[in-house]
Design a protein around this ligand. Structure first.
Ligand SMILES: [Zn+2]
Length: 56
């Protein structure tokens, strides 16, 4: 099961360095291939905020 439409998956990228994103193993997040930061996916929507705006 792919929670994101293919078209969307192809255009999204890391907001910090424009790196490609790939699914984490559990598919609950998108990991940047450059900075290795994992962006969470909440209810099917990837939260692509710059790292400085994400709160842990
Ligand atoms: Zn990145």
């Amino acid at each position: 099961m792919d929670p994101l439409p293919k078209e969307l998956y192809e255009i999204i990228c890391c907001p910090d360095d424009k790196g490609d994103l790939k699914y984490t193993k559990d598919k609950k997040g998108l990991e940047c291939k450059k900075c290795k930061f994992v962006f969470p996916i909440k209810e099917g929507v990837p939260i692509l905020l710059p790292k400085s705006m994400q709160k842990k």
